[in-house]
Design a protein around this ligand. Structure first.
Ligand SMILES: [Cu+2]
Length: 150
């Protein structure tokens, strides 16, 4: 019991030092879709794997006024987009893919164009089963199509 407490305290200290990194969450193949001047919104996509069950509850980026977790769904024959209520579930050990036509991180109120090959700083906010929030800082490449890492 005592050991567990010490480990928890150490993790917390590390989280404060290294601007708050979610140690148990892995993000791969992240990319942001290019946007042109005057465009109001774009999406960020990635593969997220949480070691322990957690939720993606929000995000922020200096390039966007508003960042939300969205899902796209067919309603009848209309594709609709809406914010994910209560956060996106990330079941333990299962990779959840955010991709065009499905879940995505919506960047709205864009402040400038996002040209190909630029980079967007993106902070993701996760909430674990106990309700503890942690943040992950990413530098996401801007692309016109999905990125692949091998
Ligand atoms: Cu959206």
């Amino acid at each position: 019991m005592k050991l567990k407490t010490i480990i928890a305290a150490t993790t917390l200290a590390a989280a404060f030092m290294a601007p708050a990194i979610a140690q148990t969450v892995e993000v791969k193949d992240a990319w942001v879709r290019t946007s042109v001047q005057g465009q109001k919104a774009t999406g960020a996509f990635m593969k997220i794997t949480a070691k322990d069950g957690t939720k993606l509850v929000g995000g922020s980026s200096p390039v966007a006024g508003v960042t939300e977790i969205h899902e796209m769904k067919m309603e009848g024959d209309v594709m609709k987009m809406r914010a994910v209520e209560g956060g996106l579930e990330l079941p333990a050990g299962k990779t959840v893919e955010l991709k065009p036509g499905g879940y995505h991180v919506m960047l709205m109120d864009l402040k400038a164009a996002l040209p190909k090959d630029s980079t967007v700083p993106l902070t993701l906010v996760f909430k674990d089963a106990k309700g503890v929030e942690s943040k992950m800082e990413l530098k996401v490449p801007v692309a016109t199509a999905p990125m692949h890492s091998h």
